[in-house]
Write a protein that binds this ligand. Structure first.
Ligand code: NAG
Ligand code: NAG
Ligand code: NAG
Ligand code: NAG
Ligand code: NAG
Ligand code: NAG
Ligand code: NAG
Ligand code: NAG
Ligand code: NAG
Ligand code: NAG
Ligand code: NAG
Ligand code: NAG
Length: 741
């Protein structure tokens, strides 16, 4: 023990001797503090709220200055707190003259530059917080010489290099927070000398190597946050030595092996985040020992075996997410205080336990993509005063959708697609005024168009595809406020009548009338200065909700789809469709549509996919479609179109498949030449008459009936085989296009 501290004092002596500025507290006074602060003020280049400009005036004592605290006994500056003042500037060396300073917080500003100047003279410093600024360069190794330092917060900056091994000298260090920087290398062994450490947060860096077994030397540690690095290897058994651990965050690394059984020793553990690794084996039954556990996140691993039923005994457990593993067996009884209960993308069998009806705080239930069967518990409706997300798609549920969604229903997302549900869509869903997403696609529902949907002004995604919905939609005469609707998929039903023009009129989200698009930047916000457990606990649910939204992540912000294909819609394509400027996918194929392709479709400048195939559209392909600069997929086949195919731009990329089975199209990529005077409109009008007649014959000959589904349409392929290449490509392109904006 004597050795390091001797070394430390030696280093200090060296520092002071070589610095040329020897300013011990003894020989300085408040005037020196004032000039140090004025030096800082002069290094601030932008102070938008004028906080320092007038307040930091020499006409009053520095002790009255904003952000400054003086000691009551010796009347010297002991604390400086300039947090969250929107200041821009650099740190002057004079700051090191504040020789009584114990507390320095300049977090959440725009201070920048590398910390090249030595502040190590601040030898009384106990607390240093530089988080959420723009500092760069390496973390100076002399940070290890603040002999009394207890808390060091450098999170959310651009620090690079390695963690200086000198930090191991900070024998009083209780909190070290370096998250969200670009720090690389390994966790230095010297760090394990910091025996007082209670809070260690190194998340979102580029740390590599394995988690050293010495981590267990941090026997006082309460929070360990190492997520989003490149750590690999197994979780060391020694983790079980950290008896006070409340928060263990190791997600988003490359950790392998099993969850160590010593985890059962962590009686104080409240939050366990191991998701997004490569963990194997079973969820250890000793998890039943974690009687304080509130959040359990194990998704995106390779865990096998059954979910230990003992979790049902953990009275504080509120959030369970086991998504995307290889878990088998039945769903155990949920813990009584469950708020989120989910294990989507596993191999679970059996029914949803009726005990779920006892979870009156449930906000989300998510067992999407398993092999579950039976009926959907009726109590789902009763729970809807707390329930926000129901995700039970891709299972084998049968029977009716529960009916009793009460007034004040909180549901935001309801997806029960790809099951064998029958009957009608419960009218009581109209009580769920905040509904964002309704996906009942691929069931056996038999109903007319749910006109009560018109009241749901938060609805963004409506998917009724592949059911037995029937009847006309135009009679839908109640107030329509589908202003946020971005995705409407009514395909593969038996809807008839005209296309629902009034829908298109009200789809303000797709019309681009909100001006600003949603920022597709799903950065997680964090506030490490808060007690870490609180932060992560509070964000627990939102992480789950965000993970959940991967299903329609892009959907909600930028993905816009109108798919009315494979129904019996008739009449013309309304011109007003051309007003839906943000539309990305338009599919009206396999209907009974007549008349021309409106030239207004050329205004759909974001369109990536246009499918009007298998209708009875006639006339020429409007040259305005050449304006569709992002068009990736075009299908106009099986119509009665004629005349020249527009040439140039995107049209050079389509093959003859796009035009097959039309009456009289000509020009590339078809082999048929248009002839020399094909551009003469007069000639075309003449041709048109012949064309109509021919068209008739053609239709009769081919036995085209409206609403007849010919083979497998693209949409059908998407749904049965997952995502075809072109959809993936489009999704990627769209993501990139919008990410750049
Ligand atoms: C502070 O110290 C300086 C010399 O370092 C001296 O000139 C000044 O008078 C002192 N001021 C007070 C208030 O003691
Ligand atoms: C500076 O701000 C502090 C805290 O808001 C206030 O108490 C003090 O009166 C202000 N001084 C001047 C000179 O504005
Ligand atoms: C520092 O200032 C920030 C912002 O005004 C405030 O939230 C925080 O509590 C202060 N810290 C201390 C220790 O006073
Ligand atoms: C404060 O620090 C600066 C730079 O480190 C030094 O030049 C100056 O003499 C020191 N003393 C005072 C009283 O400002
Ligand atoms: C960690 O603890 C072990 C045993 O308690 C001890 O032998 C070792 O020196 C410690 N490591 C460090 C880096 O302090
Ligand atoms: C995990 O390992 C793979 C392959 O070695 C690598 O491509 C990937 O970036 C790593 N991911 C993380 C989060 O470390
Ligand atoms: C589980 O807890 C019990 C009683 O608290 C204890 O005896 C046992 O050692 C613990 N098991 C593990 C694996 O930690
Ligand atoms: C779990 O709780 C049930 C019912 O309260 C009880 O019968 C069972 O013994 C408990 N299991 C364990 C391992 O404590
Ligand atoms: C999941 O487990 C089953 C056996 O239970 C195994 O056959 C299958 O390959 C596993 N799948 C993955 C993706 O690991
Ligand atoms: C719900 O809780 C009550 C009281 O704890 C219990 O009697 C009942 O069996 C539970 N119901 C289900 C379905 O688990
Ligand atoms: C749909 O329901 C109606 C009335 O309930 C019934 O007459 C009709 O046969 C059903 N259609 C199908 C396809 O099940
Ligand atoms: C972070 O948390 C601290 C303590 O709770 C609070 O004072 C501060 O305002 C928070 N900062 C942000 C950016 O939310």
């Amino acid at each position: 023990m004597a050795k390091p501290s001797f070394l430390l004092s030696f280093m200090f002596a060296l520092l002071f001797a070589t610095s040329g500025v020897i300013l011990s507290a003894k020989y300085s006074n408040i005037t020196n503090d004032q000039s140090a602060l004025l030096a800082l003020k002069s290094h601030i280049t932008h102070d938008p709220h004028n906080l320092l400009a007038t307040n930091w005036s020499t006409s009053t004592s520095v002790c009255n200055w904003i952000g400054v605290t003086c000691g009551s006994r010796h009347h010297r500056v002991v604390a400086l707190n300039l947090s969250s003042m929107d200041l821009t500037g650099t740190i002057p060396s004079q700051l090191g003259n504040l020789s009584f300073l114990g507390w320095l917080d300049i977090s959440h500003n725009n201070f920048h530059g590398s910390i090249s100047i030595q502040l190590a003279y601040l030898h009384r410093l106990k607390y240093l917080e530089f988080g959420s600024n723009n500092f760069d360069g390496e973390i100076p190794s002399w940070f290890g010489y603040f002999a009394k330092l207890q808390q060091l917060y450098l999170y959310v900056n651009n620090f690079d290099g390695v963690i200086p091994s000198t930090l191991g000298n900070l024998s009083k260090l209780e909190a070290l927070s370096l998250g969200e920087n670009q720090i690389s290398g390994r966790i230095p062994n010297s760090l394990f000398k910091c025996k007082e450490l209670k809070f260690l947060s190194l998340y979102s860096n580029s740390l590599e190597g394995s988690i050293p077994a010495e981590i267990g030397n941090f026997t006082l540690l309460e929070s360990l946050v190492l997520e989003s690095n490149y750590l690999k290897g197994e979780i060391p058994m020694s983790i079980g030595n950290m008896n006070f651990l409340q928060l263990l965050v190791l997600d988003t690394n490359n950790l392998t092996g099993e969850i160590p059984p010593t985890i059962g020793n962590l009686a104080s553990l409240q939050s366990l985040f191991l998701y997004h690794n490569k963990l194997t084996g079973e969820i250890p039954h000793v998890i039943g020992n974690l009687t304080s556990l509130k959040v359990l996140y194990l998704m995106d691993n390779k865990l096998t075996g059954e979910i230990p039923s003992i979790i049902g005994n953990l009275t504080f457990l509120e959030i369970i997410d086991l998504e995307n593993n290889n878990l088998t067996g039945r769903i155990p009884t949920p813990p009584p205080s469950s708020q989120w209960y989910g294990a989507p993308n596993n191999n679970l069998i059996g029914e949803i336990p009726s005990s779920i009806c006892n979870c009156t705080s449930l906000t989300g239930i998510s067992f999407y993509e398993n092999n579950l069967e039976g009926t959907i518990p009726k109590c789902i409706g009763n729970l809807s005063s707390s329930l926000m997300v129901v995700r039970l798609g891709n299972n084998n549920f049968h029977g009716q959708i529960p009916e009793n969604f009460a007034k004040g229903c909180m549901l935001k997302g309801f997806s029960i697609n790809n099951n064998e549900l029958e009957g009608s869509l419960p009218r009581s869903l109209g009580n769920c005024k905040g509904l964002n997403l309704l996906n009942v696609g691929n069931n056996n529902l038999n109903d007319t168009f749910p006109s009560w949907l018109g009241n749901l002004d938060q609805l963004q995604v409506l998917i009724l595809r592949s059911n037995r919905f029937y009847g006309q939609i135009e009679s839908f005469d109640i107030t329509v406020s589908l202003t946020k609707l971005r995705i409407i998929d009514l395909s593969h039903n038996n809807f008839s009548g005209y296309l629902p023009t009034f829908f298109f009129e009200h789809m303000h989200a797709i019309r681009g009338e909100y001006g600003k698009k949603v920022d597709p930047n799903y950065m997680r916000e964090r506030n490490i200065t808060k007690v870490a457990t609180e932060v992560n606990y509070a964000s627990g649910l939102s992480i789950t909700a965000k993970g959940l939204e991967t299903e329609f992540q892009i959907l909600l912000s930028i993905w816009t789809v109108i798919d009315l294909s494979s129904n019996r819609f008739s009449g013309e394509i309304p011109k007003i469709l051309g007003d839906l400027h943000l539309l990305i996918v338009l599919n009206l194929s396999h209907n009974c549509l007549i008349g021309p392709i409106p030239s207004s479709l050329g205004n759909l400048s974001e369109l990536e996919s246009l499918d009007l195939s298998s209708n009875k559209l006639e006339g020429r392909i409007p040259t305005e479609l050449k304006n569709l600069g992002f068009l990736e997929v075009l299908n106009l086949s099986q119509n009665n179109l004629k005349g020249p195919i527009p040439q140039g731009k995107q049209f050079d990329t389509f093959t003859s498949d796009s035009y097959m089975g039309n009456l009289d199209l000509c020009g590339l990529p078809l082999s048929k030449n248009c002839g020399t005077d094909e551009e003469t409109p007069a000639k075309f009008d003449r041709d048109d008459d012949d064309g109509d007649e021919l068209n008739w014959k053609f239709s009769i000959l081919m036995g085209y009936g409206c609403g007849l589904v010919l083979g497998m349409s693209m949409a059908y392929i998407v749904f049965t085989t997952g995502k075809p290449w072109w959809l993936i490509r489009i999704v990627e392109r769209v993501r990139q296009r919008f990410a750049k904006r």
